[in-house]
Design a protein around this ligand. Structure first.
Ligand SMILES: Nc1ncnc2c1ncn2[C@@H]1O[C@H](COP(=O)(O)OP(=O)(O)OP(=O)(O)O)[C@@H](O)[C@H]1O
Ligand SMILES: [Mg+2]
Length: 475
């Protein structure tokens, strides 16, 4: 791991990341969020992302950051520019067979702002997790069950914190299945002796901090008065079932292996000192589990970036999210509003806005609008999707043209002329359909149209045509 020699670097946001002729894109330009849009096979990964990755890895002062893989053969392609930049020793590669682990709940707990509640900070992350599982970033349709899930999570996390054991979803599920379900349980010695809930409760009661502690009293009251005391058994079993359904996906598969109930051996904020974290859990292999692990690690990194004190460490950081439609959530959108001021260069690639919308779930138009508005740089690649093509033409904008007509009447010698102003697309949809998509047929060239908010090119052009060489690192 690279040692942190100097915490502060000079002018990190002036670093050049891309140069297209006389046009330069600096870290400051790219901190304004970047999205790369184009159909499958249009050259997003091998053209635009590769070039931006290479630029970010070779920029000076150097940056650390985050990569994800979406397909099983992505890792060698991500490592190519890293090797080229001679930065393999900075890499932390997280994968199913590797050694790296990060205890997500404990990590989130440490991100609690001073004076706030640790349990609520952890609950906020669990909510985003649950939205990822249900593929919906909108408010739950069933507030009754949702409130019970939240209440349980808050109480179980509080209990574990006061019991002074490390937080995990696995332990929360143990509590769920061993909490007293009625008043008889509380008096039953056999229940008390085998209940994990009672075990954690006793540990917590040994903790002097629980004395005259309102937060802890509320937590105990939730379990003993509200749940065991008043609930009829049918409602109780329905509530237990909804809580279990929410927590279960975090307690199995790769979530359990890499993030839950594990001992952390790296941290996301190492990127602030130049580490390169590669989340190599491709969705094409591990499906939904991959999206959960990747999005939760990104969540924790984004929170670290948001809390970061730039007066102590001001190195710029980057995050490359390929196939962003698989990992985007409410937090990504919130982060897109603040990452510029926190010196983070976030680059997202996706096939279409429709794909992103599917992940954000129904009633999420406002989130998608907010996200796109926060993307100051857009690379548009070849597309066949009519909505995407219309968006591309709109993004480049319209210009007005003067139409002039002239009529000559042969018979009576009457001539007429007319002129009218009309607005037309600067680049019609066809221009985007015809962009080169790389591969041998296009001599390995990927073409794109680039727009950047508030910026003009070649004096007064609203867009810039940029070509990328897929073999740039092989020459
Ligand atoms: N290193 C390479 N050399 C030659 N051709 C390549 C290389 N990498 C990709 N290609 C080809 O270039 C085209 C663009 O591929 P690329 O994977 O970059 O597209 P993409 O936009 O990322 O697609 P997807 O949305 O499916 O990820 C494809 O036809 C692909 O087969
Ligand atoms: Mg790709």
């Amino acid at each position: 791991m690279r040692q942190q020699l100097v915490a502060l670097v000079e002018r990190p946001m002036d670093a050049t990341v891309q140069q297209y002729g006389s046009e330069i894109l600096t870290a400051r330009d790219l901190a304004n969020n970047t999205i790369v849009l184009g159909s499958p096979g249009s050259g997003k990964t091998s053209g635009v992302l590769q070039s931006l990755q290479y630029g970010a890895l070779t920029a000076s002062p150097y940056m650390g950051g985050l990569f994800n893989t979406a397909k099983q053969d992505d890792l060698p392609n991500i490592l190519k520019p890293i090797k080229y930049a001679n930065r393999l020793s900075d890499c932390i590669i997280i994968n199913a067979l590797g050694e790296f682990r990060l205890n997500w709940l404990e990590y989130a707990r440490k991100q609690t702002p001073k004076g706030s509640s640790e349990a609520i900070t952890v609950l906020e992350m669990l909510r985003i997790f649950s939205e990822m599982v249900s593929k919906s970033a909108s408010v739950s349709k069933d507030p009754f069950w949702q409130t019970h899930v939240d209440k349980f999570c808050l109480a179980a996390i509080t209990l574990l914190i006061y019991a002074k054991v490390s937080l995990s979803v696995k332990k929360m599920i143990q509590i769920l299945h061993s909490m007293p379900k009625n008043t008889d349980d509380i008096k039953d010695d056999e229940f008390i002796s085998r209940s994990k809930f009672m075990y954690y409760l006793n540990l917590a009661l040994d903790n002097p901090d629980t004395e005259n502690n309102q937060e802890f009293d509320q937590c105990v009251s939730y379990f003993l008065d509200e749940m065991a005391g008043t609930m009829d058994s049918r409602t109780m079993s329905n509530i237990v079932a909804s809580i279990h359904a929410t927590l279960f996906p975090a307690s199995i598969g790769l979530m359990a292996k890499l993030l839950d109930d594990v001992e952390s051996n790296f941290s996301m904020d190492m990127t602030f000192d130049g580490s390169i974290i590669i989340i190599d859990v491709p969705s094409s292999v591990y499906h939904e589990q991959a999206n959960l692990v990747t999005s939760m690690l990104m969540y924790l990194w984004q929170k670290d970036v948001m809390m970061r004190d730039l007066s102590k460490n001001n190195r710029a950081v980057f995050s490359f999210t390929d196939e962003a439609q698989l990992t985007i959530n409410r937090q990504t959108v919130a982060f897109s509003s603040v990452c510029r001021s926190q010196q983070a260069l976030c680059i997202y690639a996706s096939q279409s806005l429709a794909a992103i919308k599917v992940r954000l779930g129904p009633h999420s138009d406002h989130l998608l609008d907010q996200f796109i508005n926060n993307c100051g740089n857009i690379y548009m690649l070849s597309s066949t999707n009519p909505d995407t093509l219309r968006l591309f033409s709109d993004l480049v904008g319209k210009d007005y043209e003067m139409r002039v007509g002239f009529n000559a009447g042969l018979a009576n010698g009457h001539n007429s002329a007319n002129a009218s102003e009309d607005y037309r697309y600067i680049l019609p949809e066809k221009e985007f359909r015809l962009l080169a998509t790389g591969g041998p047929r296009n001599s390995y060239v990927v073409e794109s149209i680039f727009v950047s908010s508030g910026r003009t090119f070649n004096e007064d052009q609203t867009y810039l045509r940029v070509a990328f060489d897929q073999k740039m690192l092989e020459h």
